[in-house]
Design a protein around this ligand. Structure first.
Ligand SMILES: Cc1cc2nc3c(=O)[nH]c(=O)nc-3n(C[C@H](O)[C@H](O)[C@H](O)COP(=O)(O)O)c2cc1C
Length: 207
């Protein structure tokens, strides 16, 4: 089959786009607003975009508040900081719970029964239950072209200025033990995948 996204002529039960770019990493973004209220939400339009300086991005759609901005994006632009927590098999339910559309006054970290802990370099909290935290300094926002005002995305970039790794997930050889972390990735629809010993493999690069 062939379809043109602009014509929405895929003829399938659901828009297949998200099911074709898979698995996507999940940036579980924690922020704090100017009143000190914590916020937490998952973003799978998320990725690392460069190695040095290490830089990540997430794309935020339209929010339900008057400013039509999601809390994470608003807080990042306001405070200039965020933390990206690694979503894992063990925290999948809480990750999902933290995606609920809630007013800015609601602290999703408390709501999901997660533990906020201080960061080293930024005011945004880290999630204690996550094995990896990337402390990020906001760089810039790129507003994406949109077809209509209900479907507007902005991409926020951040430099990773501090990285916490739970010592338990580092092997004797000094490598990250992905089987211990068991990160989860987003597939299409409401489907996910997990990375573990059985599903990860090594390919040596050609010379
Ligand atoms: C796994 C997962 C991935 C998501 N990825 C995105 C995304 O990339 N961009 C987006 O705008 N919303 C995404 N959402 C929806 C947001 O998490 C949701 O709108 C959330 O309420 C935003 O919270 P905030 O307003 O506190 O930032 C995702 C939800 C889930 C469950």
């Amino acid at each position: 089959m062939f379809y043109e996204p602009r014509k929405k002529d895929h003829g399938l039960a659901k828009n297949p786009f998200n099911s074709l770019i898979i698995p996507r990493p999940i940036g579980w973004i924690s922020t704090v607003d100017d009143k000190g209220i914590f916020n937490l939400a998952p973003y799978s339009f998320f990725n690392a975009v460069s190695y040095s300086p290490p830089t990540v991005m997430f794309a935020s759609g339209v929010g339900s508040t008057e400013d039509k901005t999601k809390d994470s994006a608003r807080n990042v632009e306001l405070t200039g900081e965020f933390v990206c927590n690694l979503a894992t098999w063990d925290t999948k339910e809480q990750m999902n719970q933290s995606s609920a559309t809630l007013p800015p006054e609601t602290d999703e970290i408390a709501l999901a029964n997660l533990t906020p802990i201080s960061s080293a370099l930024v005011a945004a909290p880290r999630i204690a239950e996550a094995p990896v935290h990337l402390e990020c300094k906001y760089l810039k926002t790129v507003d994406m072209p949109s077809w209509n005002e209900n479907d507007v995305y902005k991409v926020l970039f951040g430099e990773v200025i501090g990285i916490h790794i739970n010592d338990d997930v580092i092997t004797d050889k000094g490598l990250i033990d992905v089987a211990k972390i068991m990160p989860i990735g987003r597939l299409g629809y409401n489907d996910y995948t997990k990375v573990d010993k059985e599903t990860s493999f090594t390919l040596d690069r050609p010379a």
